[in-house]
Design a protein around this ligand. Structure first.
Ligand code: 5GP
Ligand code: ZN
Length: 113
């Protein structure tokens, strides 16, 4: 199976990793859209959010805990930040390994494009 994010997890592909444990890895987006733009991903290969199963519930909750930690560590938790998970092509998903975008450090606009 060809997966860029699994390659980052296996250290076969370079990335600016800012946090890692046995369940998740966090790294900087290669094409940042905000002063803070990192991706929080599970080490388990789940292609999209529609593939999340009941057995993954704790893992997905943990993903949000880690996203919060990233926001706090970067000083954006009080100012505000945005969490995004694109699902499938019309939503703009380009990498089919579940990932939570953490955006912050600038004013976010709504509605999104
Ligand atoms: P999506 O469009 O699937 O929601 O988000 C995929 C994100 O992964 C994009 O923001 C894109 O810039 C980022 N990305 C794609 N390839 C790489 C890569 O090789 N390394 C890193 N660090 N980010 C990547
Ligand atoms: Zn993968």
């Amino acid at each position: 199976m060809d997966c860029i994010f699994c390659d980052i997890i296996k250290k076969k592909r370079p990335a600016k990793i800012i946090y890692e444990d046995e369940l998740v890895i966090v790294f900087e987006d290669i094409n940042p859209q905000a002063p803070v733009h990192v991706l929080v991903i599970p080490k388990k290969h789940i292609p999209t959010s529609i593939d999340i199963k009941e057995e993954d519930n704790a893992l997905i909750g943990y993903l949000f805990q880690i996203a919060n930690k990233v926001a706090i560590d970067n000083g954006i938790s009080g100012r505000g930040f945005r969490l995004v998970m694109n699902c499938n092509r019309e939503a703009g998903q380009t990498i089919f390994h579940l990932h939570l975008h953490v955006f912050g450090g600038r004013i976010m606009h709504w509605p999104p494009g």
